[in-house]
Design a binder for this molecule. Structure first.
Ligand SMILES: Cc1cc2nc3c(=O)[nH]c(=O)nc-3n(C[C@H](O)[C@H](O)[C@H](O)COP(=O)(O)OP(=O)(O)OC[C@H]3O[C@@H](n4cnc5c(N)ncnc54)[C@H](O)[C@@H]3O)c2cc1C
Length: 523
């Protein structure tokens, strides 16, 4: 994860890569791991930071998708349940078991959801996480002491997975690098290069220096999520859009709203979706919504109506109605849904399955999918790249490939440092070895100074936002507290990167401007 040494490789005009991947979210990073672990010369280019897009803004579930079962998308549920099991096995330091309870307020709710969830368990087969069961009213209240008890009949408990999305992304980047890939953040693809009619590389611009690189490659993969149409138009300017961006918003609340370790799943909200309230890093994440968006942005913002909807719906199930004042962080993400043949479909009805499209010029575009299915998406995409680029055939090995940091003896639920896996002790010891890195940055969020230096040295963090949003999840957990510690983060980073005071001031200003969109000032 050394940016300068990757830049040196990229500058070599003679170098031809086997596979260039555009986009450093779940999909692109998954492709990089797959390609590199098969031994192909792989380069990944991300215009901003890894997981800056959708991949840091999910509900943090590693799941088969109970909702997709309701919708009858059986093949997607099978695929996602299988991938859920593999993610557990390959990244136990990042993925953990989460018990969900569906509170039931109708007499038929208990038996109805139990039967559905038994099917879900059955479909998971050997990779199941534990059986679903019906709960009595008392059992449901014991597990969820803050649940609305008026009319409560009982509940149904089932098991799914939970993870830290952007930490998973960083670990995937590290895994790809461990297998010989080169990954680069802040390097934007601006053009595709063609030889005759066929794509043979990309032009990319270093966003820090403005330097332009011509990069040659046997194959090019477009894994840019909601921005996939931009890349497709570099290839075929008149092509019609294939992406339907759909926004989902989450609110982060204090743990007191859901004090135990159980999550709530509401199977049918007033807009016909599901809603989750999930304990995460000692806070509670409530989400989400499904709003069609015209113009996708890298930094989308929540609509008032989405926030109102989440607060209202959460209030129906919790004794204490949360208000805007209780929101410690609000974040929005955009689903890169693949446009369906039926234009009239609402975004919530569009399948979450993935699609791979190959243009006649050889651009491979992968869209749709879920974080949970990133590995399978990557396997399918690299198979296409092998065929298209005439690469020597090699089998995919990612089904049983441990993700960087792999370690069984840490618990991501209770241990803040679990996400570092085998690197955990080294991150901690930085604070013991270097006096200026010892101690806490935030007691409230349990963030240590050594984590900042680690993010710069080992995880290619370039800005205060990279650290506070995606290496450490401060911005997503408590935006105000993140603003408070931003100057100290900038200070440590400036020393690590050798940057002047002016850089620090600019970084703090930029971070504060961004973080203001993550909390409410009025109400
Ligand atoms: C609200 C919400 C909740 C979700 N919850 C879950 C969940 O709980 N579990 C689950 O499994 N899935 C969930 N998902 C789905 C999952 O998050 C997405 O499927 C996944 O993150 C998409 O990853 P991606 O790599 O395709 O896109 P992105 O993460 O957006 O990555 C694309 C990247 O391409 C980069 N890029 C764009 N243009 C260029 C260019 N010209 N040059 C270089 N780089 C470029 C962007 O900067 C971006 O980082 C959720 C999605 C949303 C929106």
């Amino acid at each position: 994860m050394n940016r300068n040494s990757v830049l040196k490789k990229v500058k070599k005009k003679t170098k031809e890569w086997d596979i260039v991947i555009i986009g450093g979210g779940a999909t692109g990073l998954g492709c990089a791991v797959d390609a590199a672990s098969r031994g192909y010369k792989t380069l990944l280019l991300e215009q901003s930071d890894f997981a800056k897009g959708t991949s840091s803004r999910s509900t943090k579930l590693v799941h088969g998708g109970v909702r997709y079962l309701q919708q009858g998308d059986i093949s997607l549920v099978f695929e996602a349940l299988n991938e859920r099991g593999l993610m557990f096995k390959n990244a136990p330091h990042l993925v953990s078991n989460q018990s969900f309870i569906i509170p039931t307020y109708e007499w038929w709710g208990g038996p109805f959801y139990t039967v559905g969830l038994k099917v879900y368990d059955f479909m998971a087969g050997k990779l199941g996480l534990g059986p679903s069961n019906m709960l009595s009213r008392e059992e449901a209240i014991n597990a969820l002491p803050t649940i609305e008890t008026d009319g409560l009949k009982g509940g149904v408990i089932y098991q799914d997975g939970q993870f830290d999305d952007s930490r998973m992304a960083i670990s995937l980047a590290q895994t790809a690098v461990d297998y010989g890939a080169s990954v680069l953040n802040y390097c934007k693809v601006t053009k595709l290069i063609k030889e005759g009619e066929l794509i043979c590389g990309v032009v990319a611009v270093d966003q820090e220096t403005g330097e332009k690189y011509k990069i040659k490659s046997k194959t090019v993969i477009n894994a840019t999520g909601v921005f996939a149409d931009n890349i497709i138009k570099m290839d075929e300017p008149v092509k019609s859009d294939i992406i339907v961006p759909s926004q989902g918003v989450h609110l982060v609340l204090n743990k007191e709203f859901l004090p135990n370790d159980f999550a709530i799943m509401v199977p049918h909200t007033s807009d016909g979706r599901v809603m989750f309230a999930v304990p995460w890093h000692n806070h509670v994440v409530v989400g989400t919504t499904d709003t069609l968006v015209e113009n996708p942005l890298l930094e989308p913002t929540a609509l008032d109506s989405e926030v109102d909807f989440l607060l209202e719906t959460a209030g129906k199930y919790l004794v204490k109605q949360p208000t805007r004042k209780d929101v410690l962080s609000v974040f929005a993400g955009l689903r890169p849904l693949a446009k369906s043949e039926d234009d009239g479909k609402k975004t919530k009805e569009i399948s979450r399955g993935h699609k791979i499209i190959i243009s006649i010029t050889g651009l491979i575009t992968v869209i749709g999918g879920k974080w949970t299915t990133y590995r399978k998406m990557a396997e399918d995409t690299i198979e296409k790249a092998i065929m298209l680029g005439g690469l020597p055939e090699r089998d995919c090995i990612t089904k049983h490939l441990p993700i960087h940091g792999f370690r069984m003896d840490v618990n991501p639920h209770t241990d803040l440092f679990a996400v570092y896996g085998i690197d955990k002790e080294e991150v901690i010891s930085l604070g013991d070895e270097e006096k200026q890195l010892s101690g806490l940055l935030s007691k409230k969020l349990n963030i240590y100074k050594s984590q900042v230096a680690w993010a710069v040295r080992k995880e290619m963090a370039r800005t205060v936002e990279d650290v506070l949003a995606r290496r450490i999840r401060g911005l997503f957990l408590d935006a105000r507290e993140s603003i408070r510690i931003a100057p100290e983060v900038a200070d440590i980073m400036a020393k690590e990167l050798g940057k002047p005071n002016k850089w620090k001031t600019e970084q703090i200003k930029a971070f504060n401007a961004l973080a203001k969109n993550y909390f409410f000032t009025n109400d």
